[in-house]
Every structure is written in C-alpha cells, then in structure tokens.
Design a protein around this ligand. Structure first.
Ligand code: NAD
Length: 329
C-alpha cells in the first residue's frame, strides 16, 4: 500500500519509518502542504496522510479522488479541517488519531501558564543579555487561583488534574460533564459564570460551528480584569483581533497561544528572514505579556510515536475492512 504524507517534517519521517517496521507500507514524505496544486503529487496513492494545516476542502478532495485516493488518514485528533460531506460524496474514507498523548497538550498549556505567570520568556532574554535585574518580573502563585477549563474531554481532564495538583480551584464547562472532573472536586458552571470567576481560562474544546469565536470581544469583557487566556486547542475558537484591544486596555492580563486562526500559511515553517505579513499576529507578538508557540503542544516523543503507530494501524485496519478510527459526517 502506497501512502503519501503531506506537510511531513523530519520528525514525522523518523517516527513513521520506525512505526512502519511491522507494516512495510510504501511511504512517500512530502514537505509540501496539501492544497489544490500539490494534490496532483498524490496521483496513484490510495492513501493520503494529512496534518492539521493541510487543505482538505471539497476541491482538493475531488482532485485527490481523480488521482485514485480512497483514504484520508489524518495524523491528528481534530478533524475540523476536512469537508466530511465532500469525502462521503466522493466515497472516500477518513480516519484519525483520536488519542495520542493528552499529557503532551495539557502539559504544554501548563508550560504556557508558568512561562507567563513567572515571566520566563522575559527572564530568559534578560539573563542572556547580562541583565540580572528583577524589575517587571513579579509573578503570582498558582495555589488558590481559579482555573476555568472549557472542554473536559481527554486533554481538558489531564489539564484540570494538573491544575488541581497546584492547589487551584477548578471550574469546568462542557455540554457533557465528565465524572473524572467531579472526582477532582471541580465544579461545572455556566460559561459566563466561569469567565467572571476565573484567573486563568484554558480552551480544550473542539472547533465546531458552535465554538467558532467562542471567545470574542464580548466574552473577553466578561473575563476578570487581568486574567490569563490560554488556547492550545484551535485558533478559530478565539477572535484574534479582539485580543489586541483587550490586551491594549489591560483587561486581558496574559495570553498564551499555541494555535492561531490564520496559522496555516505560517506555522511549521521557518519564515524568520521574511517580513511577517499578518498584522494581527505581528501586533500580538509585540505585547510583553503574550507568549505564542507555533502549534507545538502535540510535539513530544511519546505523542509522535503514538501518532505514527495509530495512523499506520488505521491504514492496515482500513485495508482489511476492520474498525479503524473512522470519522463520519
Ligand atoms: P475530546 O473529544 O476528548 O474532548 C473535547 C471535549 O470538548 C468533549 O468533552 C466535548 O464534550 C467538549 N465540547 C464540545 N463542544 C463544546 C462546547 N461548545 N463547549 C465546551 N466544551 C465542548 O478532545 P481532546 O482530545 O481533549 O482534544 C481537544 C482539542 O484539542 C481537539 O479538538 C483539538 O482541537 C485540540 N488539540 C490540539 C493539539 C495541539 O497540538 N495544540 C493537539 C491535539 C488536540
């Protein structure tokens, strides 16, 4: 079976080659992002393996179908970026990796919180420059703070457990409450109540039509003045231009982003020698109380191994007509 992997980085090659030892699939690694033009590269490949910023809209799927692609193997948990209706119309199956390491993403959210609360990003640059002063570096204790968790599935649960371990009070919001959170002593509340009460708010829900711009200008205003917002889930959960106003006024005290609505043309690439064309991201990066990482929350050794193993097992199960973590519209 031939598999074309789009948007593949060196670390993908290493984990997929190691995971392929027991399968012997023919793997073709493409650094290119999948879009309408690059779809032609997959001609003759029954399986296309795609990542989160690949374009899986109807026109791209149609082009892949003409080239003989029958399966889209997403090497991600999220599947908001594929047109599932078009895939079904084209008789194309879609599989994903429902869980690889919730710890990877939850721990990255905590890393962003600690970097911001203890101003590590500023201290790192300062000491490297021979500046050992402490002005402007006053942090805050996490113990006793209220943390709001939006989405209490696999990642949100691990995140809540870690924050409870710091001695935080955990508030949760999810249409499907989870007993693991209740066991922690967390309290499910309405979203507006959470926004008003939380010192730290962390997003762990999927991107759906109902959650697009879940955090917009109005909801930012409902947050406690000086609170911290963390988004390691999907960029479009937050209205990014509204963040700028909230940061400028000081209403939003801290912002940690691992995802950004317009990340597709930027993240996973070295663009350090090019002028940044995205004015919203450029402005966000000027604030001293903002830390942005380029969608790296998933990037741990354990997660990469699990992503490769599950993806290749999905393809093997699909070709044998067995259950394969299929996503249906
Ligand atoms: P999950 O399916 O286990 O949990 C998602 C939870 O969100 C569910 O409990 C669901 O009921 C809840 N939810 C749905 N709609 C909601 C709403 N309107 N408000 C509040 N909660 C809602 O998913 P997961 O494995 O925990 O992953 C969560 C998200 O994390 C994924 O959808 C993906 O977007 C993101 N993610 C990011 C990275 C990264 O590298 N940054 C990696 C993996 C996943």
């Amino acid at each position: 079976m031939r598999i074309m992997l789009f948007s593949s980085q060196r670390y993908d090659q290493e984990s997929f080659l190691a995971g392929n030892v027991g399968h012997a699939f023919e793997l073709n690694f493409q650094n290119a992002r999948l879009d309408f033009d690059t779809a032609a590269l997959a001609e003759g490949y029954p399986v296309v393996c795609a990542f989160i910023n690949d374009d899986l809209s109807a026109p791209v799927l149609e082009r892949l179908a003409v080239g003989g692609t029958r399966l889209i193997a997403l090497r991600s948990a999220g599947y908001n970026h594929i047109d599932l209706i078009a895939a079904r119309r084209l008789d194309m199956d879609v599989v994903r990796v429902p869980a690889y390491s919730p710890y990877a993403v939850a721990e990255h959210a905590v890393a962003l919180i600690l970097a911001l609360s203890r101003r590590l990003h500023r201290a790192y640059n300062r000491t490297r420059d021979g500046d050992f002063s402490l002005h402007g570096l006053i942090g805050f204790d996490l113990r006793g703070k209220t943390v709001g968790v939006i989405g209490t599935g696999q990642i949100g649960t691990v995140f809540a457990q870690i924050m409870a371990g710091f001695g935080c009070r955990v508030l949760a919001f999810d249409p499907q409450p989870n007993s693991a959170l209740l066991a922690l002593g967390a309290e499910y509340v309405e979203l507006d109540e959470m926004l008003a009460a939380s010192d730290i708010l962390s997003l762990h829900c999927p991107l759906l039509p109902a959650t697009r711009h879940l955090i917009d200008a109005a909801r930012l205003q409902l947050m406690k003045r000086g609170a911290m917002l963390i988004n390691t889930s999907r960029g479009a959960l937050v209205d990014a231009p509204a963040l700028i106003e909230a940061l400028k006024s000081g209403h939003l005290g801290y912002l940690g982003l691992d995802v950004y609505e317009e990340e597709a043309q930027l993240f996973f690439q070295d663009r350090s020698d090019l002028p940044l064309q995205d004015d919203v991201l450029a402005r966000l990066l000027t604030f001293p109380n903002v830390v942005v990482t380029a969608h790296q929350a998933f990037l741990t050794q354990e997660a990469l191994e699990a992503i490769a193993a599950t993806t290749l097992n999905n393809v093997a199960a699909w070709s044998a007509g067995q259950p394969c973590n299929q996503v249906v519209a």
